[in-house]
Design a protein around this ligand. Structure first.
Ligand SMILES: Cc1cc2nc3c(=O)[nH]c(=O)nc-3n(C[C@H](O)[C@H](O)[C@H](O)COP(=O)(O)OP(=O)(O)OC[C@H]3O[C@@H](n4cnc5c(N)ncnc54)[C@H](O)[C@@H]3O)c2cc1C
Length: 423
């Protein structure tokens, strides 16, 4: 039996991760009656600890910069790259480029960080239902008018709203139901990761740097030093390469540590703890970002690749952009898909810029060193991309310089709002 809970929400946000909490907090702050429905009980584990500097501007708008400072998360001043033979490139220090508090960002413990963000949405007036899973959407005349959710007791309830926001992360509830998921043809890697205690840290400013250490054939390790002497370490590579002689995640991880001296030296003095996690074929973008009565944000819309730590930034930014578009749509009394045209254009544009960098990264012929040696004047523009200055920016000159070294992908044609006939 399905019970009708209430009919009078302006917005229902499904998922209380960074995207959903951002959209929920901003809508509630604007006085919109907002309900966030989250299937887990926070705090809960989540991967994705390394932030991009431009996350700062959303945090500032949400009013949580002081709280983030108080949590004493590891400060991230740079990203550094380590070659297969353990040569360290000069780190990209964000402060050399950006004279602003945003130039220092954080390596966060996601369980705690996500809880902080969800509580912030609550404090701003959003109602939050945890341990409640949205299982379906309610349609009227092909428009989404709400959701059906199941509580821990198995009881199903209907919740209705003028607009529904899908922020369900990689579960991507709406794109899965509509069969809108489209994999990125070339970015078909997998990732295996775990945590270490007591691993080696670099000295001084580099202590909190994210390190990208190369393996064979453009596989790579990430090393993210976090608070409490914990390091998040993971490998990203082709499935066939990683699974070539076993499917045991621990064995694969330990085998690959031997393939990069820097990684071995940093991890071997630490102790691995907890699980080994794996995720497969992770790059996708939805056919559409919105249809009548519903908008997709964060990973529920698209996910690219962990290499430049753009996931949380895009989750926050899309949450922010969607909240602004929704507020205007509610004011106009029209939450049809066409209200989100600009949202789709801007978000796809930002993702394409990052996607070009990701494709370049995976080409053996390309390196940032090569690019900057050939075009020293573009160092600033490249850094702009790497810190997350991605929305409504023209990077034509940077991209044409990159394409002198590697072939860039055609922009994906999909991701914009659904036309009424496609709903
Ligand atoms: C291997 C790997 C490493 C990564 N490393 C980084 C990194 O270092 N830096 C970075 O910025 N990004 C990284 N990312 C990406 C980052 O984790 C995501 O981009 C980010 O968490 C997206 O936020 P979100 O709010 O869209 O989704 P999520 O954070 O996944 O939140 C979605 C929420 O929705 C809830 N939910 C799902 N389905 C339902 C439902 N049916 N009903 C109710 N609730 C539901 C979930 O419980 C969850 O809490 C990484 C990703 C991977 C795969």
């Amino acid at each position: 039996m399905v019970t009708l809970k209430t009919n009078d929400w302006d917005a229902i946000v499904i998922g209380g991760g960074p995207a959903g909490s951002t959209a929920g907090a901003l809508l509630a702050e604007k006085g919109r009656r907002t309900l966030i429905i989250e299937k887990s009980k926070f705090p809960r584990y989540h991967v994705g600890e390394s932030l991009m500097p431009f996350c700062y501007f959303t945090f500032d708008r949400l009013g949580i910069v002081d709280q983030l400072n108080e949590r004493a998360y590891t400060r991230k001043h740079s990203v550094q790259f380590v070659t297969r033979d353990s040569q360290m490139s000069a780190p990209f220090y964000f402060f050399q480029h950006l004279d602003h508090p945003a130039a220092t960002t954080w390596q966060v413990k996601r369980s705690e960080f996500d809880e902080l963000m969800l509580n912030n949405a609550r404090d701003k007036g959003a109602e939050v239902l945890e341990e409640t899973q949205v299982v379906d959407f309610i349609y009227e005349d092909e428009r989404v008018v709400g959701v059906i959710a199941e509580g821990e007791d198995g009881e199903r309830s209907e919740f209705r709203a003028s607009i529904t926001v899908d922020a369900t992360g990689r579960d991507s509830l709406y794109q899965t139901k509509r069969r809108w998921r489209k994999r990125d043809p070339k970015l078909n890697k997998i990732a295996i990761w775990t945590l270490y205690k007591g691993a080696k840290r670099d000295p001084g400013l580099d202590e909190g740097a994210t390190t990208v250490a190369y393996l064979e054939d453009r596989g790579w390790f990430w090393n993210i030093p976090m608070r409490d002497d914990i390091v998040s370490s993971g490998i990203v590579a082709e499935r066939d390469y990683l699974y070539r002689d076993t499917r045991d995640l621990k064995e694969i991880f330990e085998r690959e540590i031997e393939n990069n001296v820097w990684v071995k030296e940093h991890l071997s003095c630490g102790e691995q703890f907890g699980e080994y996690w794996v995720t497969g074929e992770y790059s996708y973008r939805s056919e559409h970002c919105a249809s009548d009565g519903i908008v997709l944000i964060g990973d529920a819309f698209a996910f690219l690749d962990p290499v430049f730590s753009s996931g949380v930034f895009l989750a926050l930014k899309s949450g922010e952009m969607a909240a602004d578009a929704i507020d205007e749509a509610l004011a106009a009394g029209d939450t049809s898909a066409s209200r989100f045209n600009d949202y789709g254009e801007q978000l796809c544009g930002a993702i394409e810029t990052m996607r070009n960098l990701v494709y370049a990264f995976y080409d053996n012929e390309f390196s940032f060193g090569k690019l900057i040696r050939a075009h020293p004047d573009l160092r600033g523009k490249l850094t702009d991309c790497l810190i997350g200055d991605l929305v409504d920016k023209d990077y034509t000159d940077l991209m044409s310089a990159i394409s002198e070294i590697t072939t860039l992908p055609e922009p994906l044609a999909h991701g914009r709002v659904a036309q009424p006939s496609k709903i």
